[in-house]
Design a protein around this ligand. Structure first.
Ligand code: GLU
Length: 443
């Protein structure tokens, strides 16, 4: 395959939620898999709703996820390109001025519906004479501009959905330029996709209906039509949509709740595909498996619970190097290997570092036994075999076994009911602290 050029094109009008991140992730993985280029394009032509703080949040979220871009573009910087594409379409007769007010359009729409006819724009503006246009302009009306669709069946082979067709004869000519001169996304997107030589448009299923008109725009601008891949939408546990405006499942929330970026990516890469959801230790592990043919057509259900479980499973396999920078005080690989299997979030490791480092207040269940145990602690050096040797001695000399043996020891040594394997924790705690704790002293 020729190296693909793809883009993730969020509007900075809200926070990214897992649904848009899925589109970003598939774009990124696809680019990486085939040695291509991933472009971040900010669709910020809606000047009132686009906000710099959302732009910053989008970049921060993508960086956190590891979905870094080779190139960044902002539509607000590219207005001259839209102006010249607009002029080309006007010159070729594909873009025409319309003067209807929203009220007039609404009235016509209702009338058509009342007659049981589809509410398709009637192209009345195409029939205006020069004199009529001059009169409307004289009244102070400013035109909006519609793209003249060719009434034909538009077909494309969608990488996810297979063969698609949309009958453009049954669609209204889309407005590409508003009366105030600003552009609509569907147009600016095509102009940019052409300018950046985008080879694959990978986006959410909510854009399928735009694709027919957009394909005709590519053709009207004499450009090659990219390949499309429309990903099914994600729904929440109740079957409802995930909206970026309400912030439901916003990426920033997940980050603040201690969810690993890798867990988010591993879940989103596999959700609704033929492959099982599995933890991965790096994004590279996902690159090799990305395949649009394995993405199902049904909406995929995103569950916070599944993410929390995958988060824990991810931590359980991460090597020390992957988390070292985020663990205060560099507690060491032995510590990490001891505790990672018990973590739900990385923050939990802080609690275990406190247990290892101390001081903690030991919990004493059977003081007499613990005092005897303290006296029988082996001499250092200690390693992972020490615990076994220690507890075997306690069994053979004191006749203790099972819960009566292990539970008081764990409570005294860690002040917690459950936790990582004592064989790994004990050498980290060390003899001096272990002895004090067994004797009921804070250490
Ligand atoms: N700005 C559009 C969106 O956020 C981009 C859609 C596309 O990828 O073409 O939905």
């Amino acid at each position: 395959m020729v190296a693909p050029i793809v883009r993730f094109a969020p509007s900075p009008t809200g926070l990214l939620h897992v649904g848009n991140i899925r589109a970003a992730l598939f774009n990124w993985l696809f680019a990486k898999r085939h040695g291509g280029t991933f472009i971040l394009r900010l669709d910020d032509t809606d000047r009132t709703r686009s906000k710099p703080e959302f732009e910053a949040a989008i970049e921060r979220d993508l960086e956190w996820l590891g979905l870094t871009w080779e190139r960044k573009e902002k539509q607000s910087d590219r207005l001259v390109h839209y102006d010249s594409a607009r002029d080309r379409l006007i010159a070729s007769g594909r873009l025409y001025p319309c003067y209807e007010t929203p009220q007039e359009l609404e009235f016509r729409r209702k009338r058509l519906l009342a007659q049981g006819r589809p509410p398709v724009y009637d192209r009345a503006a195409l029939k205006l004479t020069d004199a009529e246009r001059a009169r409307l302009e004289g009244e102070g009306r400013r035109p909006h501009w519609r793209f003249k669709l060719t009434p034909e069946e538009v077909r494309w082979d969608d990488l996810v959905r297979g063969a698609q067709h949309i009958d453009e004869a049954s669609q209204s000519d889309p407005v590409l330029v508003r009366a105030d001169g600003t552009y609509l996304y569907s147009f600016t997107s095509v102009v940019d996709d052409i300018a950046f030589a985008i080879t694959h448009v990978i986006r959410g299923e909510d854009h399928v209906t735009n694709s027919g008109a957009q394909i005709q725009m590519f053709q009207a601008l004499d450009a090659a039509v990219p390949t499309f891949a429309h990903l099914p939408l994600l729904v929440d546990a109740t079957g409802g949509g995930l909206s970026k405006r309400t912030g439901s499942a916003a990426v920033a929330d997940l980050r603040e709740r201690g969810i690993e970026a890798l867990a988010v990516c591993a879940l989103l890469a596999r959700l609704g595909t033929a492959d099982p959801v599995e933890p991965v230790a790096s994004l590279d592990a996902l690159v090799a498996t990305i395949d649009f043919a394995r993405v199902g057509r049904a909406a995929a259900r995103f569950s916070e619970e599944e993410l929390a479980q995958l988060n824990a499973r991810t931590l359980h396999i991460l090597p020390y190097e992957a988390v070292r920078a985020r663990l205060a005080g560099d507690p060491g690989e032995a510590f990490w290997l001891a505790v990672r299997g018990n973590l739900a979030t990385l923050d939990d490791a802080v609690g275990w570092a406190d247990v290892v480092r101390g001081p903690i207040e030991p919990m004493i269940e059977d003081a007499a036994f613990l005092a005897e145990a303290a006296a029988k602690l082996p001499l250092e050096p200690w390693d992972e075999t020490t615990w076994k040797a220690f507890t075997s001695t306690l069994t053979s000399t004191l006749g203790r076994k099972g819960r009566a043996l292990f539970h008081p020891l764990r409570l005294a040594l860690t002040a917690r009911e459950t936790g990582p394997e004592m064989a790994r924790l004990l050498p980290l705690i060390g003899r001096a602290k272990a002895e004090a704790r067994l004797r009921g002293q804070p250490a």
